[in-house]
Design a protein around this ligand. Structure first.
Ligand code: KG4
Ligand code: ZN
Length: 337
């Protein structure tokens, strides 16, 4: 069984072919990042993202098949991310997938982008037995799930900024560039929290929800002065690197506490991470050091499968194909999860 996966939910245009197996085998992937087109705006501009997908998606798919050394007749299905994401961006992938499925007479499979982020762990070589606690940390979502066969129950979510979004905004405040996550991580490595004690927003004592906007605003005020009115750095502002380190420590303190709570409340003992923020090495180090006693298994995707990619969509497509979950050609795209 071979599935072509198509990913266009945000600013990566990607196609991949994955073959069934345990672990699933990546035959080829083409991934075109639009980061260079969004950089000067400090974030993803939806219209630019959609237009870029329209411009490159068919070429990306063609190159992917050529690099896998196969043709449409060697495929068993076409999987496409159809939610959640930027609606215009999703529509480009969904429409292309439908047209190809119809023209090549192949089954179409609509894939939930966040479910695919959790499937990235299996694609990386470790399939965790169900049920498990799934933690998705991306640019648009910060969710904790109980994952069981064919279903996900959301136990907690962010009330304001997603974790990746908070990294991006802090990078923009500190002038560290775009994309923000890797830039903040790099800066933090050269800094230290010192006596900068940023707030840790934990909400109610049993809450599994998140709030990152207060931590982000504390960085803004320290850098640009009270009310964030200055240009920054204001006189006496901490070093950029130290603020990055203090921010990263604060948000990961909160995350570790929420995961400890979720493991205790749910009784689950297996933990799977997914999403762009899991590319962060400090997060991986802290999870291994601080959660090892609480979970029997802690699994991260390989860094190349952390951020958005077509391979995880194809891998999730294989799971759905095996379950017989085929979509009709009137499959819709949805911005929401
Ligand atoms: O999963 P993803 O590629 O796209 C969405 O589904 O949103 O996640 C992108 C997010 C961005 O906010 C980016 O800044 C963040 O993941 N990210 C990181 C790192 N690499 C990417 N955040 C922290 N540390 C990193 N090394
Ligand atoms: Zn994503």
């Amino acid at each position: 069984m071979r599935v072509l996966g198509i990913e266009t939910s945000c600013d990566e245009t990607s196609a991949a072919v994955v073959a069934a197996g345990e672990p699933p085998v990546l035959l080829a992937q083409v991934l075109l990042s639009q980061a260079g087109r969004h950089e000067r705006f400090g974030g993803v501009v939806p219209e630019i993202a959609c237009r870029s997908h329209v411009e490159s998606l068919t070429a990306v798919i063609e190159r992917c098949l050529v690099s896998a050394g196969i043709g449409p007749g060697d495929l068993d299905a076409i999987a496409v991310a159809h939610r959640p994401g930027l609606i215009g961006a999703l529509l480009v992938g969904v429409t292309t997938a439908k047209a190809l499925a119809w023209a090549w007479n192949l089954p179409l499979i609509g894939v939930h982008h966040l479910e695919a982020h959790l499937e990235a762990a299996a694609l990386s070589g470790v399939r965790v037995a169900l049920p498990y606690l799934g933690v998705v940390l991306s640019g648009g979502h910060t969710d904790i799930y109980r994952v069981d066969a064919g279903k996900r129950e959301r136990l907690g979510a962010t009330q304001d900024d997603a974790l990746g979004e908070a990294f991006d905004k802090v990078a923009s405040i500190l002038g560290l560039g775009y994309p923000g996550g890797p830039a903040v991580e790099r800066a933090a490595r050269a800094g230290s929290e010192r006596n900068l004690r940023l707030p840790r927003t934990l909400l109610a004592t049993d809450s599994l929800d998140f709030s990152f906007s207060g931590i982000k605003t504390a960085v803004l005020y320290l850098w640009r002065g009270q009310n964030g009115a200055g240009v920054g750095p204001v006189p006496g502002a901490p070093r950029r690197e130290d603020l990055a380190a203090a921010f990263q420590n604060a948000v990961f303190d909160v995350l570790m506490e929420k995961i400890r709570r979720a493991l205790a409340q749910s009784g689950l003992r297996r933990l799977v991470f997914g999403g762009g923020v899991t590319a962060n090495e400090e997060l991986r180090r802290r999870a291994a050091a601080e959660l090892a006693g609480l979970a029997e298994e802690i699994v991260f995707p390989k860094p190349e499968f952390s951020t958005d990619n077509g391979a995880m969509i194809a891998a999730m497509g294989l799971v759905k194909l095996a379950r017989g979950e085929i979509s009709a050609l009137d499959l819709e795209a949805y911005a929401s999860g």
